[in-house]
Write a protein that binds this ligand. Structure first.
Ligand SMILES: CC(C)(COP(=O)(O)OP(=O)(O)OC[C@H]1O[C@@H](n2cnc3c(N)ncnc32)[C@H](O)[C@@H]1OP(=O)(O)O)[C@@H](O)C(=O)NCCC(=O)NCCS
Length: 158
């Protein structure tokens, strides 16, 4: 699926349930608790987030993806990014990540960092496409199931 009209906007508090649904549309992946989403998305001073919306044939907007990130000093950390599984691979994730990187540059971050499960090849490939590099590993970083993480970084300092 290609060429969907996508609009990226800042998250609103009422979006949390939809965000949780999108994350859970990936049945085989482990999930954040609903509480973690409420906590992060209700803390305006702490975290930045964007959602992606598409318009249906009746002109109604539907949230189909999100990116949650946090900028502190000169580091921007991506906490989570997901696109509804039905609309995956249509360029929505790319637009969300581009928006997060733009915002990180605008707020003078020097690098964007994230962790990813070593087995999450689609996501690793997605990040490599933005020129993220594998900068390290964290042993047993994830639970449920326990797994190591790659730490990935993108230099945005110039
Ligand atoms: C990772 C994710 C956000 C990508 O979003 P998306 O909208 O499907 O990605 P895009 O369509 O913008 O793809 C951009 C590029 O990423 C790479 N990519 C995306 N999905 C891929 C897959 N399943 N396998 C291999 N490469 C993939 C490709 O290079 C793709 O470009 P192409 O389609 O022109 O080949 C999405 O797969 C997702 O929500 N996954 C589940 C949640 C998750 O794992 N999040 C990461 C947590 S660390």
């Amino acid at each position: 699926m290609k060429a969907l009209q996508v609009r990226i906007r800042k998250v609103r508090k009422g979006d949390v349930d939809r965000i949780v649904d999108i994350e859970r549309s990936w049945h085989h992946l482990s999930h954040w608790s609903i509480d973690s989403y409420y906590r992060l998305l209700n803390d305006d001073s702490f975290t930045s987030s964007f959602v992606a919306e598409i318009e249906d044939e009746h002109g109604r907007l539907h949230i189909v993806g999100f990116v949650i990130f946090h900028i502190a000093a000169d580091i921007s950390e991506i906490y989570n990014i997901a696109v509804e599984s039905r609309t995956a691979r249509s360029g929505i994730g790319k637009q969300l990540m581009a928006a997060a990187i733009d915002e990180s540059e605008r707020r003078h971050a020097r690098k964007v960092v994230l962790e990813v499960r070593k087995s999450n090849n689609p996501a690793i490939n997605f990040y490599l496409g933005f020129d993220f590099r594998i900068a390290g590993e964290r042993r047993n970083y994830y639970s449920n199931p326990v797994e190591d993480a790659y730490v990935m970084e993108l230099d945005i300092s110039d």
